[in-house]
Design a protein around this ligand. Structure first.
Ligand SMILES: [Zn+2]
Length: 263
């Protein structure tokens, strides 16, 4: 198993349609094992194969509180029910989140890592993750679902209720890659665990700068007329060419994980 580099917007592979897997064999299982390792290292909920450079219809989902991740081969949505607006993030847009419309529940089917047929009715975050990841396999990104007049903002900026959201795949990006493994309460009293996974194991720095530049050029983030003002956590996507930085010492270094997501 190995951690694979996560591709970020606007890497063209994220717009490619992944191929149907003909046989669930050891090659697919190896890919899935790498994807799970990468997903867990990033503290994410879901990862699609093209996000790590493989054009196969393979997804891994690791729901909060679940001991192990699931492997979804050739996943398909059979039906959706309802509609809701929800905060979402994506490991290919590290440091950002936005408001999208998703179904309330989905019926889906796929093959597991042994090739067994699975049929699932999923709700809430699980449904959101399935929709989000199947979109990836079809070259669709969550920015394609942004609500009218909505932009991406820095992860953690949007108002949220207590329930977990897809934003929880968020990564905070920092220039300082220190290895501190401290547990510190943030301003909401929630403990933050800093991962010892190096940011550079998951992402290439140059692709992150390129992403931030391209998100701005494409109009997905708002140009900040006063880039100097100090907004603490509220970056509102003004990062431009710069990395998203924070003055908060708790946030310095590596990838941030909520301890809940490490199970
Ligand atoms: Zn994603």
């Amino acid at each position: 198993m190995a951690i694979r580099r996560i591709r970020v917007f606007p890497d063209p592979i994220l717009r490619k349609k992944c191929r149907v897997v003909r046989r669930v064999d050891d090659k697919i299982r190896d890919l899935a094992a790498d994807m799970i390792e990468t997903l867990d290292a990033a503290g994410g909920i879901g990862l699609a194969a093209n996000q790590v450079g493989a054009l196969q219809r393979v997804v891994t989902i690791h729901m909060l509180g679940e001991e192990s991740a699931e492997v979804l081969v050739n996943p398909e949505i059979r039906a959706t029910e309802g509609e809701r607006e929800i905060i979402e993030g994506c490991l290919s847009f590290p440091g950002y989140e936005g408001l999208v419309k998703r179904a309330i529940s989905v019926k889906a089917r796929w093959l597991d890592e042994n090739g067994s047929k699975m049929t699932v009715t999923a709700e809430e975050l699980y449904a959101q993750a399935i929709e989000h990841e199947i979109d990836h396999l079809n070259g669709i990104l969550y920015v394609d679902h942004l609500l009218a007049h909505q932009k991406l903002v820095a992860a953690g900026s949007l108002k949220r209720e207590d329930e977990p959201h897809m934003h929880d795949v968020e990564l905070e990006i920092h220039t300082d890659h220190s290895d501190d493994d401290e547990v510190e309460p943030d301003e909401s009293g929630i403990e933050i665990v800093e991962s010892t996974i190096k940011f550079s194991d998951l992402y290439s720095d140059s692709s992150i700068s390129q992403m931030q530049y391209d998100l701005r050029s494409a109009g997905y983030v708002v140009d900040d007329p006063e880039p100097e003002h100090d907004t603490g956590h509220q970056h509102h996507g003004q990062a431009g060419h710069e990395q998203v930085e924070s003055d908060d010492p708790h946030l310095n270094g590596g990838v941030l994980l909520d301890p809940e997501h490490r199970h």
